[in-house]
Design a protein around this ligand. Sequence first.
Ligand code: SF4
Ligand code: MG
Length: 275
Amino acid sequence: MNAVTYSAKDFKTEVKPVWCPGCGDYAVLSSITKAFADLGLAPHQTSVVSGIGCSSRIPAYTNTYGFHSIHGRALAVGQGLKLARPDLTVLVAGGDGDGFSIGGNHFMHACRRNVDLTYVVMDNRVYGMTKGQPSPTTEADWDASAMAPPGGTGMTPFHPLAIALAAGANFVARCFSGDPNGTAEVIAEAIKHPGFSFVAVMSPCITFREEQREWKNMVRPAGVEATTDAAQAARRLMTDDGMNMGVLYRGNRVSYGKEKKATASFADLEAEFAI
Ligand code: SF4
Ligand code: MG
């Protein structure tokens, strides 16, 4: 704990977000800054790394170390940063297009690599910044935008939580931006949990997916405790309707890089290289 305590406001910059009024990402920004403050962190101990897209503008709005990187590569940058500076709290943030399409491969491998960082995806099931193309999480029949093919893409939406679980993420949760305090609590827990923590936040794009305003009437607390059993978590995921909020899974894998350091000694190294 630091001698000086910082409030959520201390983690925000003076830069005014350019998001559309009513965009869910405002609340997620507040949840992230509240989580940092609630954990007793200082701005110089934290970093926010993003890719490209509406939500990826977030490093400009957070008073932390930050890197607004390139499309789909936020996790590559975030993992490198954490491995080079293990003392920093690294939070990677972005959207569904950035993280699951362009960055889909990084996502899977970050889950299995299990570097100790937190990945917050503001999922609105659309490419907002480029004016409304379907993203990997868009419903197969969605065609309400001029940028979508008539009748929709016809493709099964990507299931980020199931993929995170299957690929080895060590903490998996689903939140709703309309519950900023609940989201802040989950993000704080995700930061504290060792290894790769994935927090999928349903964050409405009120410009291109106006119907997502209804999410506030559809979401509900999951009503069950998080499990440490991946098979049970998978069963829950495959049978729910996508509206159950909260921490789904807490794993106990050792973070990448930690295992070796914990046991490294000359004798261990000699044994490792013995012929
Ligand atoms: Fe938010 Fe959508 Fe506007 Fe982008 S286009 S700022 S996601 S409401
Ligand atoms: Mg999006």
